[in-house]
Structure formats: structure tokens, C-alpha cells
Design a protein around this ligand. Sequence first.
Ligand code: AMP
Length: 543
Amino acid sequence: MSLMGQMMHMPLLISSLLTHAARHNGDTEIVSKRVEGDMHRSNWAEVGVRSRKLAQALARLGCEQGDRIGTLAWNGYRHMEIYYGVSGSGLVCHTINPRLFPQQVAWIVNDAQDKVVFVDLNILPLVEKLAPMMPTVKHVVLMCDRANMPRETALPSLLCYEDLIAAEDGAYEWPTFDENTAASICYTSGTTGNPKGAIYSHRSTVLHAFAAALPDAMCIKATDVILPVVPMFHVNAWGLPYAAAMVGCKLVFPGHHLDGASLFNLFEEEKVTMSAGVPTIWLGLLNHVKSNNLKFSTFKSTVIGGAACPPAMIRTFENDFGVEVVHAWGMTELSPLGTLGRLKTKHASWSTEQKQKLLEKQGKSVFGVDMRIVDADGQVLPWDGKSAGDLEVRGHWVVSGYFNIDKSPLHDGWFPTGDVATIDPDGYMQITDRSKDVIKSGGEWISSIDLENVLMGHPAVHEAAAIACVHPKWDERPLMVVVKKPGAEVTAAELIAFFDGKIPKWQTPDDAVFVDEIPHTATGKIYKLKLREAFKDHKLPTV
Ligand code: AMP
């Protein structure tokens, strides 16, 4: 007969992270550059009290366990209070990317059936416009104090965040419930078709926080000062608000002030030691420090992921500024951490150049996520560093399904990532291509299908394919490959102008090229791999 352990069973709940931070590191600061323009100073104890008040306020507004609560907000202390107040009380925090096309925001809110939506000041105009299209939303809360509430608004019952908090006493105990309860939901548009919701549980979130903090992962500790550049609507800022509570470190939130100068000043003023974000955002910061001959005085390491980090960026950070870069790979469906570039003991004797080459890869698995590569027939491929196959993962914080979708995305119990990779004998994974039909520009997805559908509506276009083209600033930008109708005359500029008003401006393709024929696969799909190969050296006019 098996012998059971005799350890306390305490469900892994998100509220326990905040309770720990408030009790053991209560005076550690949470600093935010607000949308209002000023700086705001809080600490873990205050976030603890205000999150409990928010939980009380949400109950008063009629929210019940399992209800989805949306946020359209930048990185700041109020957003973090919503993270904890919502999830901690058994509601589901639904962070929404305000950069999406307005109709897409409304679609996502409707799919999630958000009951309340919290909005930052400068995102209110979007919500005012969309409100009639979002029937499930009973309350919109503006994340500001009474003095900053607009005099006129299209939303007559708009609520004020600070009024909601002020009306409560904070005498609230976080409820205890099953650790598998949904805690937050994040939609990914990195798939074809409509965005899909990944629902994180309390258990997966807490386990992910443990792993994220590990020395061979993000390596964060109580003495760190972390500035998450990655938005809180991008996979919960890669889990940093949770991992930071776990280790009890200081957090610095930049709001929407993400230009090089604003970031640099914040790094220096608040003595930031660690950060995380997509490659594009670092270009602005590096340009600012280089062109003004500046140096970082406290910044020691940064995790860069979400898109392939250019080796030149790693070198510049390390050689010119003494900032260690950890290249990471992950996905919305993975909460997001999957792999990170860290060395093993055996690499101690390697030359600097060999180590650098290895760390340019996407890295090795963090405990909690296993991976494999498979060929087109689903056969598992060897870890020889050469065989490239579809990358599949499984683990404690990997999705098993999507919200509102019955069909399982899993293949043989593994989650197919849509990335193509090699894995070397030491377990270092390198992304070599992507099988999913999307383009990632500056960390944001652009749907190839949406672009193709627009151009297929142009009278001179017979067939159009959108592919990703390498761009030094945005990582990838869309290039349209077009077959004209017989006898039709049209220029690339006319085709690009045809996108005006049909998609968000930042998604407009950078160029169009004309070909006689677009290659197709045996099943009649556009052969994107071949097209990407054919145009891999194409120089975009925007470079
Ligand atoms: P998202 O769900 O928006 O976080 O996007 C996840 C996808 O971004 C992955 O499946 C990859 O296609 C891409 N990605 C993330 N990190 C990296 C990386 N370090 N290198 C290359 N691609 C990456």
C-alpha cells in the first residue's frame, strides 16, 4: 500500500504571492510613471490593501466567481492591483492589447464575455467608441482619481477607480479555492483565424513564477529592481508581477512612456537592475544611450524574447554597456516561458566566441516545460542540432485547450507551437522558421490572411500572398507577393495605398512585388516556406 506524505495541502493561489510580499517585503517600493504624466510611489503593503479593497468593490458591483474582468491598460500599479484583486477573489483577469484593431478588441471582449472593463485614461476614447458593440460589459472603470475624470464622456455611467477603492475598508480575506481555478485569460492573435484565449490557472501561474525566478531562468531576487518593459497585456508581462511578489523585489512601471529617453531616465532614477522585453523596444533605448554618449549605472541584465534577438543587439548590450542579455523563447500558450539561453558547467572551457554562438540560440528548457521536434509525419526527430522539425511542448504551464473552443489543439499530448526548430545534443533549441502563417512586427502579430484578403479585393489582383520579410527595427515586416490579373496595370504604391482604413496603419505592408506565379503545396495552399526563401534577401524600402 502506498504511503502518503504528511505535508500541509495549501492550494497554489495567486493571492498567496501578494500576501507574502505585503507581509515580508511590505515597504519594498512599487514605482510607476503614470499615464497622467507624474511619478507615483507605492509599496507591496499598499498594493496588498488596495487589491483587497478592489476585490470588495468588484463584489459590490455584482461580480461573481469565474466572471471575466477586462483590462485595457499600460504597465502601472493600478493594473497590478487589478491583477491581484481580480484573480485573488476568484474572478478572471482578462488583459487586452489596446493596439489591436478596434473591432478585434470588441470581438475579444465579447468572446470572453467581460463583465467589467478597466481602462487607462488615454485608452478611454477606444472604449467609448466600442461600448455599444460590447453588450456583456456592465461597468467601465477609468483608472484614475476623481480630478482626472473627463467632464464629458460618451459613457454616462463611467466609474472612477479611486472612488471605488476609497469606498471600501479593506477588511477582506482572500478566499481559498481549487488551485486549478481560472486566474487570467490572454488572447493570442499569433494563430490563423480569430484570436484564441489561453486560460491560466492559479496553479500554473504560481508554478510559472517559481520557475521564472530561478537563477537559470530570469534570475531575480529581493535586491533586484525590475522594470518590465514587456506590456502587462502581453502574457502578464511574462509573469514578472507574480515572480516579483514571490521574491519581494522593487518594481518600476513605465506606463506608456516607452521611448529611449523616457526609459533611460527611469532606469537611472530608479536604479533599475533588470528588465525584459521584445527586441524592437531595446533599439530605441540603445540608440538613445549611444547617440548621447550615456552609460547605465545599475542596469545589469535583461531578458529579450518574443521575437528572435539579433546577435548584434546582444553584443552591443554586453560589450558596450556591460548588460547581460538572456535570450528567451516563449508563447502566450506557455504563460510564456519555455526556454532561455544559459550556460552549463561543461561550457566553462569553451572560447568566448563558442559561448556567444550558443547563447544566440533560443536556449534550453526551464524545468516545467519539456520539448521535442517532429517531422511532417509526426515522427520524433533527433537532437542533433541539424534536423529541423515542428517544435512541440508540454508542461505545467502549457495550455491544454483554448477558451470556448472544443477542439483540442494538442498533438499526441503535446502542444504544437507553430515554430520550426532544431535541438542540439545538449538540449539547446534554435528556431529556424515558423509554420504558422503570421508575421511578428515589433512583438505584435499581423495576420497574413487579413492582408491577403484585403488585396484579393483589389480589381487588378489575381492572387496575393503576405510573407514576413526581415527588418532591422521591427524584426519582421509584411511583404506582399502579387500576381496581377491578365492585362491589369497597377503599381506597388497603389496596392499599398489600397490598405488605407482597412487594417490598422502599423500593419500596412512595407512593399509589394509582382511575380508571374505563386508556388502552391500539394494541398493547394500557398507555399509560404518557398516564398520566404525566394524573398529572404528582399530589401524593403522602409529599411
Ligand atoms: P506570443 O504568443 O505573442 O508570445 O508569440 C509567441 C511566438 O513568438 C513564438 O511561437 C515564436 O514564433 C515567436 N517567438 C517568441 N520568442 C522568440 C524568440 N526568442 N525567437 C524567435 N521567435 C520567438
